[in-house]
Design a protein around this ligand. Structure first.
Ligand code: TMO
Length: 310
């Protein structure tokens, strides 16, 4: 009798140990986990951070570049597996459609609070009284004019694949501006640096968290607030982006079953504004490569990364 009980206890202990062992036995599959990469710095660095952490656990990781709007359908279909930065201001519609219609998984929100909006350096407020109100900006449109846009002001807009066409907002609000889109993020910062060096007026697309807040003083332009103005629901072009937007993770529905330990980490990943800004600063201010910045971010964030593994 005593023997049987001991045996039972031993068997129980073994099964409990096995349960924990299964957790520790990553990788559960050698098939690659495909991490999505976009074309702005924090996303590139932090997606590489996640890839390196997974590789460190034994997983095979591949990176796939994707368009910020088309990526969600690809994730839903399992062609790509994980996106670490989905921004409310520019991606909410595509994200929510992929969840509702295609079975993409909303893998949770970061604690970071985000904003993607027209932005001016601080000295512009002296030349354009009434900022950051958009109507004040519009009254000063002419000081932002270039040969290309005169007499209208130039708004330096984001690359087309970031899903925002500000010509539509300019039209809906009847603004005296013309949106001129850049091809890549680096051009935004080159335009900003050139204007700041000469203290010339500039209004451009920017976002937070980003390295900019550590480098330049400035402000977002306040357009009608979608949290408060009813018409924004019917016509978002009449309004700004959310002033306190979410930042979420997106995942393929098959991850939980195929790579349980990796999926646990993906759910736990939770970036703060400071952590995201730091990732972009390492590249855009300190001049590091994406790889080196990811290694530095990991070295500086040991306890953060341990907390993902719980
Ligand atoms: C998607 N972005 C953060 C560049 O606005």
């Amino acid at each position: 009798m005593i023997r049987t009980t001991a045996k039972l206890a031993a068997a129980l202990a073994t099964s409990v140990a096995l349960t924990f062992a299964a957790w520790a036995e990553a990788p559960e599959s050698d098939d690659p986990i495909i991490i999505v990469q976009n074309n702005w710095t924090s996303q590139l660095v932090l997606s590489t951070v996640v890839g390196k952490v997974l590789e460190d656990m034994g997983y095979t990781v591949e990176y796939a570049p994707s368009d910020s709007q088309l990526q969600f359908k690809a994730i839903a279909d399992g062609d790509m597996h994980f996106q670490v930065e989905a921004w409310e201001g520019s991606m909410k519609s595509a994200f929510e459609k992929a969840v509702a219609e295609d079975g993409m998984i909303d893998a949770g929100a970061h604690s970071a609070v985000t904003r993607e909006e027209w932005w001016v350096p601080g000295y512009v407020a002296d030349k354009c009284p009434g900022l950051p109100d958009w109507k004040a900006l519009d009254k000063c449109a002419e000081i932002f004019a270039t040969a290309e846009t005169a007499p209208k002001g130039r708004f330096v807009g984001p690359p087309a694949d970031w899903g925002k066409n500000y010509s539509e907002r300019v039209g809906a609000l009847k603004m005296n501006f013309q949106a001129i889109n850049v091809g890549q993020a680096a051009t935004l910062w080159a335009e900003l640096d050139a204007a700041v060096a000469k203290k010339e007026p500039i209004v451009l697309f920017n976002w937070t968290p980003n390295f900019i807040e550590a480098k330049h003083d400035g402000m977002f332009v306040d357009f009608p607030d979608p949290a408060k103005v009813a018409e924004c629901k019917e016509n978002p072009n009449l309004c700004g982006a959310p002033r306190s937007g979410w930042l979420k993770k997106a995942a393929w529905s098959g991850l939980a079953e195929k790579y349980p330990a990796a999926w646990n980490i993906m759910q736990n990943i939770n970036f703060s504004n400071a952590q995201i800004a730091a990732a972009s600063l390492l590249v855009d201010v300190d001049g590091m490569t994406t790889e080196d910045a990811a290694d530095k971010w990991i070295a500086d964030s040991k306890s953060v990364i341990e907390s993902w593994k719980k």
